[in-house]
Design a protein around this ligand. Structure first.
Ligand code: ATP
Length: 260
């Protein structure tokens, strides 16, 4: 898996995104406490328990929030000031944990609306929507209403809207949460494919997601980065697998002394 990343064209260049010394507080709660991290080509997992700061870190990368301290760079731009922020937003794709959608919109209308928001030129919109619906295998549901989709299909529609502007960086916040095992398998295959062409950051609390999908992994615990490396390296001497990665993750937790 790590070989795939090393061969990825974006892997050799500047990172798709990076944060340096970022600190975020919500009142008395420190959500991120001096975090440094780079996100390169392929799929990078952001692994950590509930409340570790994963969503907060993704919100920095998606320009939804500014850090109290530290710097955020996305696709070569420092996320600072309105103009840079808007430029970055047009070049990234985001799938939030719970994304809003009008249940009466058809799948096509939902993705078209996202294309309009991301300033995809009007004349290209139709073709782009068809393209992404094909990629996520939702062509047959194109005219179905969003409210009638299964959980797995809804997530795929979420990925479609995140990709409609052909982003160079896609951010997925706990995309497998709430999916049944079969849906999760299908969804992981889709994310792996996506990572062949695009830098993807995927937050999760499931070691299995990381073992199945990710080239690199950052372990975030209690607002601090505790491990950065390949998924294989987190497994130590054992062959890369869900249980091996979980054991590696638990060793990192134990070493950190954080109670999860
Ligand atoms: P989860 O897996 O549960 O989504 P997470 O790893 O994404 O968790 P965050 O949502 O980033 O973690 O939260 C990090 C910490 O910041 C937690 O202690 C959380 O309670 C706190 N927090 C997050 N958002 C807010 C907010 N808007 N106001 C106050 N505290 C917040």
């Amino acid at each position: 898996m790590s070989d795939h990343t090393e061969n990825h064209p974006a892997g050799a260049a500047a990172p798709a995104a990076a944060v340096e010394g970022v600190r975020v507080r919500y009142g008395a709660v420190t959500a991120l406490d001096g975090v440094d991290a780079e996100f390169r080509g392929g799929v990078t997992g952001l692994l950590g328990p509930n409340g570790a700061g994963k969503t907060t870190l993704l919100s920095l990368l998606s320009t939804g929030r500014r850090p109290d301290v530290g710097t955020v760079r996305v696709l070569g731009e420092a996320v600072r000031g309105r103009a840079a922020t808007l430029r970055v937003r047009e070049r990234i794709g985001v799938l939030p944990q719970a994304f809003g959608h009008h249940p009466r919109f058809t799948v096509t209308e939902f993705v078209e609306y996202a294309a309009w928001l991301r300033k995809v030129p009007t004349r290209e919109r139709r073709a782009r929507v068809r393209e992404v619906l094909r990629l996520v295998d939702l062509e047959r549901q194109a005219d179905q209403r969003m409210g009638a989709l299964s959980g797995g299909m809804l997530r795929r529609a979420g990925i479609a809207q995140a990709m409609v502007n052909r982003p160079a960086l896609v951010l997925l916040d706990e995309p497998t949460a709430g999916l049944d095992p079969a849906q999760r398998v299908g969804f992981r295959a889709l994310v792996r494919d996506l990572g062949e062409h695009t830098a993807v950051v995927l937050s999760t609390h499931l070691a299995e997601d990381v073992a199945q999908v990710c080239d690199h992994v950052h372990v975030l615990l209690d607002g601090r980065m505790r491990f950065t490396g390949t998924a294989a390296a987190l497994c130590g001497d054992r062959e890369l697998s869900g249980p091996a990665l979980e054991a590696g993750y638990l060793a990192v937790v134990e070493q950190s002394g954080v109670r999860v």
